[in-house]
Design a protein around this ligand. Structure first.
Ligand code: ZN
Length: 68
């Protein structure tokens, strides 16, 4: 099985963090989207989401956060 890779555009690095987010304009409140991030992109992806008010929580990418 392929390792999970970072969600940043064009990045193929292995993910180390999971970022849970929800866009209230298009998602119902019970939905949870997951982006994965490598060490290099965890800050930029996190600030992209938090600047828009979408970020719910982050955790190590160990399967704790699952999409729903
Ligand atoms: Zn990356």
């Amino acid at each position: 099985m392929e390792p999970d890779v970072c969600s940043a555009k064009g990045c193929r690095a292995a993910a180390t963090r999971a970022l849970a987010w929800n866009n209230p304009k298009i998602h119902t409140p019970d939905r949870r989207k997951i982006w994965l991030a490598c060490d290099e992109h965890k800050d930029s992806l996190g600030s992209f989401l938090s600047a828009r008010g979408f970020l719910q929580e982050t955790a190590p990418h160990d399967g704790t956060l699952q999409p729903r």
